[in-house]
Design a protein around this ligand. Sequence first.
Ligand code: ACO
Length: 388
Amino acid sequence: MTTNPNNGFVSGLEGVVAAQTRLSHVDGQRGELILAGYALEEVAPTLSFEAMVHLLWHDRLPTSVEVIHLHSELARWRALPPALLDLLQSAARTNRPAMDALRMAAGAIDLDLPASALDDGTLGHVLLARIPTVVAAYWRLQQGAAPIAPDPALGHAANYLYMLTGSVPNAARVRGLETYLNTVIDHGLNASTFTARVIIATHSDLVSAITGAIGALKGPLHGGAPGPALDMVFAIGEAARAEAYLRAKLEAGERLMGFGHRIYKVRDPRAEVLAAAARDLYAADGDMALYTLAGAVEETAVRLLAEFKPGRNLQTNVEFYTALLLHGLALPTDLFAPTFAVGRVAGWIGHAWEQIATGRLIRPASQYIGARGRSYEHADADRSHALS
Ligand code: ACO
């Protein structure tokens, strides 16, 4: 932690507790992630995404009637207004990255709604329902294909895959994506969640909070890059080459993507859950080659990191198996960060509602490090504000 003992300045707010939440708890020393009271390992691979959202938003597991109700509510709002599709079409013409398009569309996501529908509860459902539609529609427009209308009969995860490909996914694929979305749904006071809370704390609106959160997620330091982790596995190609490849990288002072974490000093519990989901998915597809290779790369990387960086406890992080799982779901790397947003938006909304309930504006202080005692009267005449 970088602290200035003189006035309490904490660089990057590291370690500063800036919110109370019942949504999730991250314990980096023990490698635990708790979601609304349940261990990640217990709920993420088991619950449907709708059930997970209900748990997060209402602090209890839903009844089957409540799951059906949430499903219907989301299915009702999935379709995008034509003007929003036009906006995505314009962005596709200039080939803007998917996260740019998502940020633009998020701000206009309530375009077709009457003012009477703009209560926070409705907007939560609209945002959760429409973000996957935006991502899928934009992806197809970028490929020169027409967007696929959502299918109200399909669950949230199945419908997302359907809108991307036009095929109804099999049960293994739906399970794989639901486990991914459940795993990334919330993670303490990360940068995008904090952004959402700051915005909503001014009594702004939920759409603004989520648009801001997407802006924060877009940055590579947050959204991360599971793409490079996947590239590394492909570059290694076969297990026998892992040691030489990774050793050369470490000798050159490079970082191994998908390893190390600011908070987790043991294996990220999300890596565990996603690795199991990837194993199941690749097994269902009948081709374990990439999964087996990734396991060998992981084992070698962790061993070499301990050798090159003793005492640092550099372990596998969430990105490594995210890459493998999403690749197994046939998602291109360009869709990794937007797909993360498809899951995390439920957490952002939950945090925004929590923050509204506190009613407290978030307004930290800053440490002034500029000049003092300057006098305008003695300023150089050439720098006068007068226009000639
Ligand atoms: N490969 C090699 N060395 C590493 C790695 C790595 N992946 N991660 C950390 N180190 C080394 C650093 O070089 C440093 O060594 P030094 O003290 O000899 O200079 C030491 O470990 C500590 O590194 P820091 O950067 O201080 O650790 P920090 O906690 O700030 O970094 C981070 C965390 C940014 C995730 C880092 O581990 C990293 O760059 N990993 C690779 C990129 C990656 O996988 N990012 C996704 C993270 S998960 C997420 O954000 C959701």
